[in-house]
Design a protein. Structure first.
Length: 92
């Protein structure tokens, strides 16, 4: 955590500035650029998880399952569509 990460530092005045903006609802435009590394890291993690491929629980194919849309997964090998978690599929 460095000085460019106000979102993770509750003691920082910038942090409270962000909180006040959140309360006032003035958030959408600033969200991606200014919300600090913490939020962006979380988003990146979710994005990379949702792009990852997973093993199919039906046919056992390795890395054949990819995300179609939120909560919907598709296996290239057996062609099965199924639902899972919104962003990740549990690996066993
Ligand atoms: Zn399959």
């Amino acid at each position: 955590m460095g000085p460019d990460d106000p979102g993770s530092n509750p003691g920082s005045p910038i942090f409270w500035c962000i909180i006040m903006k959140l309360i006032k609802g003035d958030t959408t435009k600033r969200f991606s650029a200014r919300y600090g590394l913490t939020v962006r890291k979380k988003l990146l993690k979710i994005e990379s998880l949702s792009r990852a491929r997973y093993d199919c629980p039906y046919c056992g194919g390795e890395s054949t399952v990819k995300k179609l849309s939120v909560g919907i997964w598709y296996c290239n090998k057996c062609g099965k569509k199924f639902t899972g978690k919104a962003y990740t599929l549990n690996k066993k």
